[in-house]
Design a binder for this molecule. Sequence first.
Ligand code: 26Q
Length: 815
Amino acid sequence: MTDFAHCPSDSEQLRSEILHKMLGTVAAEPSRATKADLYQSLSQVARERLALRWVETQNDDRANHARRVYYLSMEFLIGRAMNNALSALGLRETAEAAFGEPGPSLDEVIECEPDAALGNGGLGRLAACFLDSMATLGIPSWGYGVRYEYGMFAQSIVNGCQVEKPEAWVQDRSPWEFPRANKHHTVRFGGTCEHHGEWAEWHAADSVEAKAFDYVIPGHGTERVSTLRLWKAAAPAEIDLGAFNTGDYQRAAEFKNRFENISWVLYPNDSTSAGRELRLRQEYFFVSASLQDILERHESEYGTFTNLAEKIAIHLNDTHPAIGVAELMRLLVDEHGMAWADAWDQCRRIFSYTNHTLMPEALETWKVTLIQRVLPRHILIIYRINQEFIDEVLRVYPGDMDLVRRVSLIDDGNGHDKDKRVRMAHLCIVGSHRVNGVSQLHSDLMVQTIFADFARLYPERFHNKTNGITPRRWLAQANPALSALLDERLGTREWRLHLDRLAELRPSADDVGFRAAFLAAKRGNKLRLANYVARELNIRLDPDSLFDVQVKRIHEYKRQLLNVLHVITRYNALLDGTAGDVAPRSVIFAGKAASSYHMAKQVIRLIHDVASVVNSDPRTRDLLQVVFIPNYGVSVAELIMPAANLSEQISTAGTEASGTGNMKLSLNGALTIGTEDGANIEIRDNVGADNIFIFGNNTAQVNAIRAAGHQPMDFYNNDPALKEALDRIDSGFFSPGERPRYHDIFNSLLHYGDHYLLLADYADYVATQKRVDALYLTPDEWQRKAILNVAGMGPFSADRTIRDYASDTWNISTL
Ligand code: 26Q
C-alpha cells in the first residue's frame, strides 16, 4: 500500500493544486470556496491522476495482448468515489492535512458527494466490490452496465411510511466520469428477418445510439486500474435532426424520449417489474452495445475472431444480461460471417454465469411473443440453440421427453403460443462453460433443486464461488479506528491486500489491553452513529447499549418482522417484570422496500409505530430503543457497519443466497445472530461455532415442516409470549389511531400460511437473544468473541472470491 505518511510539503503542494484547479472547474475564488467547490476541485486533482493510470493500463494491456475479463451487470452499486480514489492514489493522509482549519475538514468535503446508486442491493454492491478486487489483482478487466439517469430512489419517511423520491445522481456530469464522444454503437429493435441459410439479415424497425461513459476503477497497491463503461441511450442523430428541420419540436421531443427512456431508470427487484418491455429493451441495449464494443476492440487488436475465446471471458451477473448469448451468436454469424458451429463453440468457452437466487418467482423468463416483436432475430437464434441442445440431450437420454420438457429453453406453458416463455437461466447455462452459486449452501441447493437436471447433464460446469467484500471500503475506509488498531497490532498495513493476515489477530483476543483498545474503537464508532441519529432523527441512543443491527432490503424472506416480534416480546417482558437480566439495547433497522411491495412497506410502518411506543415509555426507555435509519445505501452502511455489536442475519434457511452485509458486519467486529443460511454457515466455520449465535430450523427442517404442512396457529396457541406479541400487533396497540392497520401482517402469519416460517423459528430466536444479553453483560467475553470474528474473516475478502473466479472460471492469472 502506498498511502505514505504525509510530509507537510506534500500537503502544501496538494493544497495549491486544489486551489489552482478551483478557478478552472468552478470559477470560484479560494477565499469564498464552499465545501462543494472544494469537493469539485479535489476531485479534479484525483481525476487527472486516475486518467494517467487509465492510459498506462490500456497501453500495457494492448501491448501485452492481454486476455481480458468483461463483467456484464445491470447494476453497479458504487457509492461515493472520493475516499476510495484518494486511498488508492496514496493521497488520503496528504489530503487530510491539506484540509481543515480554517476551512472544512476532508471528511466534510467528502460528504458533498452523492452516492452512485446504480443498483438495488446485494447483487449490485457485489459487482462494485468485484471491480475493486479485479483492479487490485491486476486483472485486465472491464465492467459494463447502464448509465441510468435515475438510480435507486431516495427513501424518506413521512409519518412512519416510506416515501420514494427519484434521485438524479448526476445532475449534469460527474467529476468521475469520462464521456467518450467517439465511442458509440447502434442498437436496433423490432422489424423482420431475411434468411440466408445459417445467417440472417435483420431489417430492424428502430435504432438507438449507445454512448459510452467511463469510470476509472482504481486498484489498491498497484497503479493498474479497471474501467466501468456505462451506456447512455440517445436518439439517433439523423432522426432528431429530421424532426428539427421540419420545425416539429413536439415530434422531435417525443422521438428523443422514446429512445432515451431506455437508460432512464433502474428497475426495482420486485415481481411487478417482471415482463416489462422496457426492461427487456434495457437489457438488450446494454448487452448489445457492450458486445459490439468488445468485438470492435478485439478486431482492432487481432483482425480475426478465430482466437476470441482465448482472449476474452464474459461474465453474466445473473440472467439480466442473458440475451448476450444470442447476441454474440448474431454478431459472429450474421455480422462477421462465422460458421454457426464455430461461433457456438466460441460462445460456450467465453461465457460464464452466476446465479443469485433459488426463488422460483425470481427466475427471469420472457414471453416468446415479446422477444419475437422486440428482437425478431434473437428468438430464432434461441430456438436454434434450443433445438441443438435438445438433440444433444436426447442422444444421452433417448426418449426422455419429460427431461426435455424440464430443461428446454422454452417453457411451453399450456401449449398456446401466447403463453410460451423463454427461460433465461437455461439460456445462460447452455451458453456457458461455468455456472456458480454465491455460497456453498446456495451452490449445493442449486444443483440439488432448480438446476438438478443440468447438473446431471453437465456436472463439470457447476461450481461454488462464495461471495466476498472489499476490505478497502468496508474496513480500511469505513472504520479508521479499527484499522489503525489492526495496523499497530499486526505490525503491518498488509491486511488490506491480504485479508488472511487477520488470522494473526487470534492471540490478541486474550490480551486485556487489546480488548480495551478494541472496545474503545467500537465505542467511538457507536458515538459517531449515535450523533448521526441524534442529528437526523432526534433520537438519543446510549452508546453503551448493545447496538443490534438489521440493515438490508426489506423483504419477507429476510424476516425483519421476526426481529420486530422479538422487540415486542422484549418490551412486554420488561413491562411485566419477566425479562430477567437484560442488556440495554438499541435495535437499529435500515433498508428500502420496493415501491410496489405492500407487505415490505407495512413492515417499515410497523417498525416506526413500535418505535414510537417503545421509545417514549419511561418504564423501558433506558433498556430498549428502536430506530429506523432512513435512506439505507452504501454511504449509510459505511456509517452503520463499524458501529454494530450484533448482526441480524435471520432469513428462512434456504432463501438468502449468500448475503454480504453479514460479512461487512462481522469484519467490523459484530457478532452474528443468524440462521443456517447462505454464507452464515461459512462465517460460522471460519469464526468458530462458539463465536456466533446460530438458531432456528435448517434447510432440511424447513423442507420437512413445509412438507408436513406448517401450522402457524399451533405456535400461536401454544406460546403465550408469541400470542401476546402478535395480538398487540393485531389489536392496534401500536397504531391506536387506526386499529386495523396491521391486520394484513397478522393474517399473513396466521391465516395465509406464514410462508417464511417466522412462527416456527420464533421461540429459538427469542431464547438465543437471551444468550446474547448474557454474553453482552460479560464484556470481556463479548470483546474476545468479537475479536475472533474479525480474525476469522480473511476468506471473505472479495480478493479471494476473484482469485477463485480467475483460476476456475475465467482462466486468467492474477498478481
Ligand atoms: C429482475 C427482473 C426484472 C427486474 C428486476 C430484476 C432483479 C433485479 C435485481 C432481480 C434481482 C435483483 C437483485 C438480486 C440480489 O441482489 N440478490 C442478492 O445477491 C447477493 C449477491 O450475490 C446475495 O448476497 C444475496 O443473498 C442475494 O439476495
